[in-house]
Ligand binder design. Structure first.
Ligand code: ZN
Length: 111
């Protein structure tokens, strides 16, 4: 899971994307995964725990890519008027990881 590179506190992807929603062209970024990842890596996020700023490139890339998919897959995932993410990204990511793990176990026959 995503952690602050400064203080190590676990981060909520929903809060992180809320910060990115201040970008004028955010809705455009959701059209291309490369653009989205590029913008995320160069975005200066502020940790809600220690208040320090850090770049998105310190966040796990695989999770960032899944966040892009989740925001696109769920209709109404973003409240554009309030500039807020509506879906619980961390829970969805955890669920996704669990299903992947389960899938692996089924394939290898290890329960
Ligand atoms: Zn921090």
């Amino acid at each position: 899971m995503a952690k602050c590179p400064v203080c190590g506190a676990p981060l909520d992807w929903r809060e992180l994307i809320d910060q990115m929603l201040t970008l004028e062209d955010f809705s455009e970024l959701l059209k291309s995964k490369d653009d989205f990842i590029n913008a995320l890596e160069n975005f200066a996020f502020k940790c809600p725990h220690c208040g320090e700023e850090f770049y998105g490139k310190f966040l796990p890339r695989d999770e960032a890519e899944k966040v892009f998919d989740l925001l696109n897959d769920f209709k109404g995932s973003i409240d554009w008027e309030k500039k807020k993410v509506r879906i619980r990204l961390n829970q969805l990511l955890a669920l996704d990881k669990m299903l992947e793990e389960w899938d692996k176990r089924v394939k290898t026959g290890k329960f």
